[in-house]
Design a protein around this ligand. Structure first.
Ligand code: PRP
Length: 222
């Protein structure tokens, strides 16, 4: 069976340069993370905005998969752990189809801020996803290398029925390989963002919102 790769550019929220998507996180709020606060420039996307946007994405997904028997979600670890957990429960709340959940652990950045350009699959799928309607869930698409590799791997080996991609964040200005994304939460400028699953050297993943880190940290000046 030839897999159907669904291509759709729909609505997305674009965070402008210098902008903030904030509905409730008090501006200038101190992040209580001993030894880390000084790295954070500001909250970029508040938890209220994240949850509102996730609801909208879930609604679109439920609509698009209304004829599907089930959705096979594949979350890309570690970054997508938090987003995928919220998204799949919201899909349930909105009476979406049954879902299978599997994970791929991939890394191209390790502890670096620049992609190595080599994507390593550290843990592969465990479910049999042949013939399934697959939804890949990512936290952020930057160069596009990680997702292109994962998508090609799935299309080559798994004989899926259809494949769609959902990413919370998209940084198109950094793209090295084009990739079509079906559901995008927020398009962000070329900031180093962290929080809500995304990290800087393994820190900040537990923040319930997305922050911008100070450029000086990334330049090693702190
Ligand atoms: C991050 C992120 C994406 C990928 C995006 O993962 O979670 O998977 O980078 O970057 P790209 O579009 O340039 O490939 P990372 O390799 O840092 O691993 P992590 O998910 O464990 O943080």
């Amino acid at each position: 069976m030839k897999p159907k790769v669904v291509r759709r550019y729909d609505k997305k929220i674009v965070v402008p340069e210098g902008g903030v998507i904030d509905s409730g996180e008090s501006p200038g709020r101190k992040i209580r993370m001993p030894g880390m606060e000084h790295m954070v420039e500001r909250v970029l996307i508040s938890r209220g905005c994240l949850s509102k946007r996730i609801r909208t994405l879930a609604r679109e997904i439920v609509r698009d998969y209304r004829r599907a028997e089930s959705i096979q979600a594949i979350a890309i670890l570690k970054g997508a752990a938090i987003f995928s957990a919220d998204l799949i429960r919201t899909i349930f709340d909105l009476n979406g189809p049954p879902m299978g959940i599997d994970f791929i652990r991939a890394s191209s950045y390790r502890a670096e801020t620049e992609s190595s350009g080599k994507v390593e699959i550290l843990d592969a799928l465990t479910d049999n996803i042949a013939g399934k309607d697959v939804l890949i869930i990512e936290d952020i698409i930057d160069t596009g290398l990680t997702l292109n590799d994962i998508k090609n791997y799935i299309l080559r080996h798994q004989g899926v029925k259809s494949l769609r991609i959902c990413s919370l964040l998209d940084k198109p200005s950094r793209r090295k390989q084009p990739i079509e994304i079906d559901y995008i939460g927020f398009e962000v400028p070329n900031y180093f963002v962290a929080g809500y699953g995304t990290d800087y050297a393994e820190h900040f993943r537990n923040l319930p919102f997305v922050v911008v880190l100070k450029p000086s940290i990334l330049e090693g000046k702190s």
